[in-house]
Design a protein around this ligand. Structure first.
Ligand code: UDP
Ligand code: MG
Length: 342
């Protein structure tokens, strides 16, 4: 039987640390040591939720061992590798802390920086993001694409951060529970959460070289990030009315096509030249057809969005009967019949 996620609705302790773990057998022991030291020094209630994302090495056994000797640790084992976003989502669902801190298992983040992040958090932010200083990764393959991506994400989403890619971040309980992630969107949480009206800031943190194992991502991550970026930008700005985006493109192309067509018609009528062999005619027809297509795609997308919103908006209760008291001016007893099938 598949085990369904357990979603917690009220914070029960101070801090939850969520760690996605994929083939990190050589890092687990040190991770446990460094984290425990850092968190004990902070001195607040905490739990650690490690999500084993279908590792094929000894991660399974090692995490279970840690869990056995340290009851503040919880371990979730995925059936297979679902990706870092899914792992973090599972951690968010299970988290019981008022502040949810995410950190990599490879110790590239220094657990002692959690203190800094929490201090900033206390100033009244909903998300505090780490900003890795003095990065240890190769410039052209890693840092340059990452710098470019951060610029574009910041400009197009309006949430200005220097380092979206840093996993060391802290989220308020409600933000962690509120964002719905899929694909590889974990990098975009601050941007996505901006829709909820959250306050986001960043603090400089250390970047350390990976001492054991290797990165789970290659260069193709850059393309995925770019595609995710397009999706996120679209989601953020035109989520409610995709028709506005498609419609604008449709009007633009259709308009140009119509103008070209008009020009050709006038040209033919006035000069009695043939227009059948003019490439402009084909272009005019192409643009007009594209215009219609864009607008109809927009309408379909709008309907999809509406279904999406309304299906999310299902009432969580059904009233059978409501009786109003005397204090109300109009005393009406209304009877609301519960739908037979819910
Ligand atoms: N990770 C994961 N599932 C994956 C890939 C990575 O849980 O499919 C974890 C990995 O174990 C690490 C974190 O996500 O704790 C970041 O991965 P990595 O260090 O490879 O990324 P990089 O530091 O190169 O950005
Ligand atoms: Mg790493």
């Amino acid at each position: 039987m598949p085990i369904h996620p357990e979603v917690i609705e009220q914070p029960e302790l101070d801090i939850s640390v969520v760690i996605p773990v994929y083939n990190e057998e050589g890092n687990i022991e040190r991770l446990h040591m460094e984290l425990t030291e850092a968190l004990e020094e902070i001195g607040r209630d905490y739990e650690v939720i490690a999500i084993n994302d279908g590792s094929r090495d000894k991660t399974y056994e090692l995490l279970n061992e840690v869990q056995k000797k340290d009851s503040r640790w919880h371990v979730i084992h995925f059936r297979r590798n679902f990706g870092q976003t899914a792992a973090m989502s599972a951690g968010f669902d299970a988290a019981r802390g008022e502040i949810v801190v995410t950190i990599d298992a490879d110790l590239q983040n220094d657990p002692r920086d959690i203190q800094k992040i929490l201090d900033k958090f206390e100033e009244g932010y909903d998300i505090v993001s780490g900003w890795r200083q003095d990065r240890k990764e190769p410039f052209f393959l890693r840092r340059l694409p990452s710098m470019t991506a951060n610029r574009i994400i910041s400009n197009s989403t309006g949430v200005k951060l220097h380092d979206y890619g840093c996993t060391l971040k802290a989220y308020h309980f409600e933000v962690a529970k509120g964002v719905r992630l899929y694909g590889e969107l974990h990098r975009f949480i601050p941007a996505l959460a901006s829709q909820m009206g959250v306050r986001v800031t960043e603090v400089p943190v250390k970047d350390r070289a990976r001492e054991w194992g290797s990165s789970k991502y290659g260069f193709n991550r850059t393309f995925k990030v770019m595609l995710d970026l397009i999706a996120v930008t679209f989601l953020l700005s035109y989520f409610n009315r995709p028709l506005y985006v498609f419609g604008a493109a449709g009007f633009f192309l259709g308009g140009i096509g119509t103008l070209m067509g008009l020009y050709l018609t006038v040209f033919k009528l006035l000069t009695e030249n043939k227009i059948g062999d003019r490439p402009l005619l084909q272009l005019a027809v192409l643009f007009m057809v594209l215009g219609v297509q864009f607008i109809s795609t927009g309408i379909v997308a709008d309907m999809v969005m509406r279904t999406y919103h309304e299906s999310q908006n299902k009432p969580i209760y059904y009233i059978r009967e409501r009786r109003r008291g005397q204090s109300d001016k109009a005393v009406v007893n209304e009877k609301v019949i519960a739908p037979e099938t819910i």
